[in-house]
Write a protein that binds this ligand. Structure first.
Ligand code: NAP
Length: 404
């Protein structure tokens, strides 16, 4: 990572852009920035359609540019920025413009595959990309990492498990790694029977026992699809083979990730379940900064437990692992179908058990049609993604009826 290229009265200043500034990761990042304003300059901030909240953040942070993805939110954003001198933009091209502007550090925290184009734009100009969004690596991981490497970009993992592994990997050389283990909290339904899981409500699925996150990732955590997406994310981030990746359920979410080396040493990263810790690691990298996160008190926690994930009750994890092993276009299709399934569950048109069922049926249908193509460009990734979304929507009534 390049050292900060700007200086202020108090020393070096790091210029930052926040993609997804109004979300959960965006808020945690802003919380850290607020604690030491003199060390950061905010170039651009983005949101989906929350124009008023974005305008307020842009003003508070002194951003130069603010953009909403949804054109209908432009007037609200513009009104909120009136008289501030901050430029406003709207639509997909404006998000790419935000990512393209000269900030050395970019937080990629837009939910879903919508993150791909702007995050890639930041990587392609060689920025340091703090990658919270996992869907863009699932959707087009090989393409993303190839282009980021060619541009000399630094990709830092924000996801707590991947950040933990990134830290643990520094204990040895790549060829000495035997296994990488991601921990999973198990979500709100870890102890539910299959029967109980058929009846879970949106409200229950949105109540994560440990982490406070945006709705999409919270539901992905309840199905364990989140862990499946994270396996695919880890494959690309760390250039490992699928068989080198494992998942263990750890309900206390204190151990975030582990790396086993060939001599039998296992290096883990531990910390309170607070996203400000991995975000701070990326924000200050390669240094360390102070955070307000609760200090880890192992004597008070007293017990850390670990168990195997149950593939019967959580089929999403196995479906994602199959897509990981299959490679090619399968992860892109998996991600798109899952985005559709989660949105339909949120809208009340699909039961909880229908989420993995719809994803699996979509993967089968796309395969049968001979449309499982590995994306070689952003346009191809978008085309595979759109086709999978169409298939998933087509299959929805049948799956919703079967899984109800
Ligand atoms: N939250 C966590 O603890 C956590 C941990 C690890 C990884 N992640 C990953 O980080 C990403 C963000 O998660 P989050 O929990 O912060 O989500 P969130 O709270 O739902 O926030 C999402 C952000 O992205 C914007 N956004 C949503 N859809 C968009 C679209 N189609 N186009 C442009 N912008 C869009 C939202 O804007 P509006 O406010 O206008 O809707 C908001 O700023 C996800 O990929 C998630 O998997 C999150």
């Amino acid at each position: 990572m390049q050292p900060p290229s700007e200086t202020g009265p108090g020393g070096p200043v790091r210029s930052v852009t926040l993609l997804g500034a109004t979300g959960s990761i965006g808020s945690s990042t802003i919380d850290l920035l607020r604690r030491d304003r003199s060390r950061y300059r905010v170039e651009a901030v983005t949101a989906h359609r929350n124009g008023a909240a974005l305008a307020q953040l842009a003003r508070e942070l002194g951003a130069r540019f603010a953009a909403v993805a949804d054109l209908r939110a432009y007037d609200e954003l513009k009104a909120g920025l009136s008289g501030s001198g901050i430029e406003a933009g709207a639509g997909p091209a404006a998000l790419v413009e935000a990512a393209d502007r000269p900030a050395e550090w970019v937080m990629a925290a837009i939910t879903g595959a919508a993150s791909l184009a702007p995050t890639l734009a930041a990587a392609e100009r060689g920025a340091t990309v703090a990658l919270a969004n996992k869907e863009c690596l699932v959707c087009a991981g090989a393409l993303f990492m190839r282009r980021a490497a060619a541009a000399g970009a630094t990709v830092l993992p924000v996801d707590s498990e991947h950040n933990a592994i990134f830290q643990a990997l520094s204990a040895g050389r790549r060829e000495e790694v035997r296994r990488i283990v991601l921990t999973a909290s198990g979500g709100p339904f870890r102890t539910f029977s299959r029967e109980q899981m058929r009846k879970v409500t949106l409200e229950q699925a949105l109540k994560h026992p440990i982490w406070s996150m945006g709705p999409k990732i919270t539901i992905d955590s309840a199905t364990l699809m989140n862990k499946g997406l994270e396996l695919i994310e880890a494959r690309h981030l760390f250039a490992v083979r699928p068989e080198e990746l494992d998942v263990v359920v750890h309900p206390q979410s204190v151990v975030h990730g582990l790396v086993e080396f060939r001599d039998g040493s296992v290096i883990a990263q531990l910390g309170s379940p607070d996203m400000r810790i991995p975000i701070a690691h990326c924000l200050a990298f390669p240094e360390r900064m102070a955070t307000p996160a609760q200090r880890l008190d192992l004597a008070r926690i007293s017990t850390l437990t670990f168990e195997e994930p149950d593939p019967e009750r959580f089929p999403a994890l196995s479906i994602a692992r199959h897509a990981l092993v299959a490679g090619g276009g399968a992860p892109t299709v998996l991600n798109a179908a899952n985005e559709v399934a989660v949105a339909e569950f949120v809208a009340g048109r699909l039961g909880f058990a229908g989420i993995p069922a719809l994803v699996e049926a979509t993967l089968d249908a796309v395969e049968r049609n001979g449309e499982m193509v590995e994306p070689q460009s952003v346009d191809q990734a978008v085309a595979v993604d759109h086709n999978a979304r169409r298939q998933a929507s087509h299959l929805l009534p049948e799956i919703a009826a079967m899984a109800s």
